[in-house]
Write a protein that binds this ligand. Sequence first.
Ligand code: ATP
Ligand code: MG
Length: 505
Amino acid sequence: MAIVINSAALSGINAFMVSVEVDITRGLPSFNIVGLADTAVRESKERVRSAIINSGFNFPVKRITVNLAPANLRKEGSLYDLPIAIGILMATNQISFSNSNEYILLGELSLNGNINPVNGALTIVLEGLSKSFTKFIVPLKNAEECSITEKSQIYPFGNLIELINFIKYRDMLPYHKSKIKSKTKYKLDFSDVSGQTACKRAIEVAAAGKHNIILLGPPGSGKTMIARRIPSILPKLSYKEAIEITKLYSICGELNDNNMITRRPFRNPHHTCTKTSLIGGSTKLTPGEVSLAHTGVLFLDEMLEFNKNVLEALRQPLEDKTVMISRASGSVIYPSNFMLVGALNPCPCGFYGSSKPCTCTDYDRKKYLSKLSGPLLDRIDIFAFVNDIKYSDLTNREFENESSETVRKRINYARSIQKERFSKCNFYCNSDMKSEDIKKYCKLDAKSSSILEFVYNKYHLSIRAYNKILKVSRTIADLDKKENIEKEHILEAIQYRNFLNEHII
Ligand SMILES: Nc1ncnc2c1ncn2[C@@H]1O[C@H](COP(=O)(O)OP(=O)(O)OP(=O)(O)O)[C@@H](O)[C@H]1O
Ligand SMILES: [Mg+2]
């Protein structure tokens, strides 16, 4: 009779259960793996054979058939080495594992029998828990990430011999429990940034409502420095968000020595990056930078240096907050709900609007900025100008710069209002409001309405731009602890589009 071992396969950010069936019969010696397996799975034959022999067991000289069920779904990776090896040892009566059906096994074997880590182990544990499995045999190096879930009983092993000893003398080993390594402090703090009050305020508004923002300014004015400090003022991750982002990092094998991602991610891809690395989907359908920035910040420094079609690819994830990657090998959906922060110089020479004279013509400037297409610009809520810093701001020792923690307190307050406001919706930030929500929550009084009407007519604003001004003014009112949007709030929101209205459109 065939031996059945439980394992699982990854499909995007989710997993599904896989039964590894091992059947050994008499006949010409052969070793076949069936069930829509990719190259890495098929190569497992060689690893399993050597690992069994080098761990001191016999490899059967018989006809071995391994089936990965369900056979219609694609299986990738090397995580079936361990269940296949245990299945072969059980089928040849070299070990007895009576309650093997209670466990889920995953792990890659090396030729000398070591169990190597696999990507996506946490996702598999979470899927197993949802299917009422609680016991998991995993590689030692995946133990920390797997044991962050409360109900799971994780049994980690470094090599095949240790695992077989556990199977023989099971109750001698307690299961692995680890504490979540909570790294919530950021090294970079806003108190390092002198002056730049207007820019800091724009960043605060953007962070409070999760608005996309572009920082413009001359070289050396501090755009990169300020952007790198944004995660330090964003609200702390909730447990649900932390699990979601940890799953994504686990799939990519980027957890390093963390067992859980407890800080909002800050992704800063270089401007030479390709569409695939930004959006995701190499041959293995892995998540891209937009998904690794989920719940955090995607920072595009020197934004105009990016390839135009790479920038255009951002339009869909910015709108849908998810990316669907389709290739011949299948399609997967990854979350990509991030805050976009871009930094660029306002003109080719870099000094337009600063204290240094700009040598560019109007045509040069327009041509330079034309790389940012209309639809992409429409998805940006705030344009903040980062001016040269004054000498007095740099040397002023009288006032201490505000720390990130102080700013974060104000942002937390604004976010708590938004959470309550959208408690019955499937989003939680002002920037995610659709037009019907804007109508409901962004009502203007007569004065504010006439100001907006004037700007709308003067700059021939699009409806999207009009909605953006309303959304940003809602956030400003929330920061101001006001229930209604007032004149000052709408004026400040309009001012965040000045650069766009006057120089690009
Ligand atoms: N407001 C500030 N307070 C303190 N230091 C600053 C400030 N602005 C800039 N600096 C210093 O200047 C350096 C250069 O700033 P940064 O790299 O952020 O400029 P940038 O605007 O990104 O320039 P570029 O357009 O060339 O990329 C920073 O590393 C920092 O040391
Ligand atoms: Mg820079």
